[in-house]
Design a protein around this ligand. Structure first.
Ligand code: PRX
Length: 659
């Protein structure tokens, strides 16, 4: 079927179709960016797919190599190796590379603490701290291939810790500081981390977080940990204790450390970091990324998607504890030598105008946040935005979950004054770098669509059987390897193959998302099709929560589902059946919600816990989450013929409504 929305090859713009809402790149975008038009995007994208070796090989010349690679790509489905035989170091790409350039004395990070304290660090400052910490870690006996957990609030020492690990060839595993001590311990145990780099505390929404206490609790049962390095947050006292022989202050370590640590020449395919993420089974997966491909993918995507220029002030509001912070606070922006804002606290503290105050004061030019934040700002009202001068902004981005068109329009109009393009970027911990996205100087955008694949991403929509859908809905898949793709799940090669490559006989990467493609080939991401729930852009595996529920002595069985939520995108509802003789009560429901917050993290606290006599199950004993979702969203109950006992269901639906 011919597209109604024909691409005008001479101008690169789509012809406007009556009734369809689109925004077009306007000058200076279309003239000054690296990809200045749709024909240019198409030409480069096609080249990246037809000949990935030469496309990425050319770009890889910009990396600083200790030893040149022999082969761009070795693809033994589903295992890819990029830049085979090459040697390089990630900290060199982010720091040493800028030493003799104009970026050396440029601000790398303007850090803003929640109570209002402020620090600025140049690229040279970062370089010096990273070298010192790297030397100190070496003195402690941490070295190449060792795993180091980083559990820290948003302080500049967090990227410093990651880059210091990279410099000596240690593998960092950052655990978001909102996770509980048990979650931290599980991750430490899974990868056998030898050290934790942490802080005494941090601020969140006006409260002091006692970070070190959480680490103490986690490390109690973690036998692999030999050292705990503690950054003092400063400003006020954060009460904590130190264990002699194990714990050491970051400042003390640095004061006696060498100024220079020679960067380890790492193999292109040596692991750079592990980042745990939720999947469909109970145990979080340690996704690992390697040096060369990940570095190239994040460097190129950062500068193309965010149009990074020398005088930019970039602000990605994500926490470094998630992949967004790894790729677009540390590795992408720093390889491009841009100045960034890093903020410790909450968007609504002390007022809901906090972010806009920071944008105004720091003259942020490119701003990257999550739809959940945008919806919250909409709810707090324009009065927090309009008094602020946001004219420094020139480009806006979103990530983490589908953005509803209403929030997109508000962002475009109220924050971007109708002049800033929006890049709605789809990607995952596993993809490592932005994978489906508009390019700001080229791609006409439609509110709610992540638009078109980035360079090197051969995206497709398939049905369950593996038939490709050119226009319509299905499952999101990727055909070919790309440089920043995950290399595996730590310690579990088989799980990588099973989870991501088995759905269509190893032919496609299965992303776990449902999506559809419109007549222009634009991708619209609908959301997860597995038992992963996206709460405020945080990815949560329901199986992990269910195992936490049944650890309570009163609980017999539990099923957790995600349902739509106005601000959070989705929220969690737990359906729980109790053991014989246990009585349900409002207090017990509260206790169970607290249990999840304590066991996994506060951000996982279910919205509601509903007690049920029995969970609806198929005759083969499988919990029918679909029916629970119908009940929770007030939908007419679907097909119940496969249910073992359908009589209890109407009762459950009534009780859910009435409670
Ligand atoms: O469901 C998709 C959603 O977030 C999932 C990946 O989560 P995570 O690995 O934590 O990484 C989040 C940040 C990159 C995806 O499977 N997702 C991410 N970006 C978008 C999105 N859904 C819709 N639109 C997006 N732009």
């Amino acid at each position: 079927m011919p597209s109604e929305n024909e691409l005008n090859e001479s101008t690169g713009a789509f012809e406007r179709v009556a009734g369809e809402e689109q925004s077009f790149p306007t000058p200076p975008w279309a003239e000054q960016t690296r990809t200045p038009s749709m024909p240019e995007y198409r030409r480069r994208w096609e080249k990246s797919i037809a000949d990935p070796e030469s496309f990425w090989g050319e770009l890889a010349r910009e990396l600083v190599w200790d030893r040149p690679y022999d082969t761009v790509l070795e693809w033994n489905r589903p295992f890819a190796k990029w830049f085979v035989g090459g040697k390089l170091n990630a900290s060199v790409q982010c720091l040493d590379k800028h030493l003799d350039s104009s970026a050396t004395d440029k601000t790398a990070i303007t850090w803003i603490g929640e109570p209002g304290d402020r620090r600025t660090l140049t690229y040279r400052d970062l370089y010096m701290s990273v070298n010192k910490l790297a030397s100190a870690l070496k003195q402690l006996g941490v070295g190449r291939g060792d795993r180091v957990a980083v559990y820290m609030p948003m302080l500049p020492e967090l990227p410093i810790a990651c880059l210091a690990c990279a410099r000596i060839g240690a593998i960092h595993t950052v655990v978001f500081a909102g996770f509980s001590s048990q979650s931290l311990r599980d991750r430490i145990d899974d990868c056998g981390a030898v050290a934790v780099i942490t802080a005494d505390g941090g601020w969140r929404r006006g409260s002091q977080m006692r970070i070190k206490d959480i680490v103490d609790d986690a490390v109690k049962g973690a036998s692999s940990i030999k050292h705990v390095v503690v950054v003092k947050r400063g400003g006020v006292e954060f009460p904590h204790s130190m264990t002699h022989g194990r714990d050491v202050y970051y400042d003390d370590l640095l004061s006696s450390a060498d100024d220079f640590a020679a960067p380890e020449p790492m193999d292109s395919e040596d692991p750079l970091f592990i980042l745990y993420t939720s999947g469909t089974t109970g145990k979080p997966k340690g996704i690992f990324h390697t040096h060369a491909g990940y570095l190239l993918g994040t460097m190129v995507s950062a500068r193309e998607v965010f149009d990074m220029r020398d005088n930019d002030v970039f602000w990605c509001t994500a926490d470094v504890g998630w992949i967004t912070g790894h790729s677009y606070i540390i590795y992408g922006p720093m390889q491009n030598g841009v100045s960034q804002v890093m903020y410790e606290g909450a968007p609504n503290h002390p007022t809901p105008g906090r972010f806009w105050e920071i944008v105004e004061k720091e003259k942020v030019t490119v701003f990257y946040t999550a739809p959940t934040a945008i919806r919250a700002f909409m709810g707090w009202g324009d009065k927090w935005v309009t008094p602020r001068d946001l004219t420094s902004l020139r480009l806006l981005g979103t990530v983490g979950e589908p953005i509803n068109p209403e929030a997109w329009r508000w962002y475009h109009k109220t924050i971007g004054a109708g002049r800033c393009p929006i890049v709605d970027t789809w990607w995952q911990t596993e993809t490592g770098s932005i994978s489906i996205t508009p390019l700001p100087g080229a791609t006409p955008t439609k509110p709610g669509s992540a638009t078109l694949p980035f360079y090197g991403i051969d995206a497709a929509i398939l049905d369950e059987q593996g038939n490709e859908v050119t226009e319509g809905g299905g499952l999101l898949a990727i055909r070919k390897p790309w440089p920043a793709m995950m290399r595996g799940i730590w310690g579990d090669e088989n799980r990588y193959r099973e989870t991501y490559w088995s759905k269509w006989d190893g032919k496609y990467y299965f992303a776990g998302d449902g999506a559809y493609r419109d007549k222009d080939g634009y991708f619209w991401i609908v959301g997860r099709v597995d038992d992963v729930v996206n709460v405020s852009g945080h990815r949560i595996g329901t199986a992990e929560l269910e195992s936490a529920f049944v650890e309570h002595p009163a609980v017999n069985e539990a099923a957790v589902i995600g349902v739509p939520h106005k601000i959070k995108g989705e929220c969690l509802i737990g359906f729980v059946s109790l053991c014989d003789g246990q009585r349900h009560s409002a207090e017990l429901a509260e206790e169970l919600r607290d249990l999840i917050a304590e066991k996994i993290g506060k951000f996982c606290r279910p919205e509601r816990v509903m007690f049920v006599e029995d969970l609806p199950k198929t005759r083969s004993g499988k919990i029918m989450r679909r029916l629970l979702r119908d009940i929770a969203t007030g939908k007419a109950l679907g097909d119940v013929t496969t249910l073992a006992d359908s009589s209890a269901l109407e009762k459950l639906a009534r009780e859910y409504r009435d409670e």
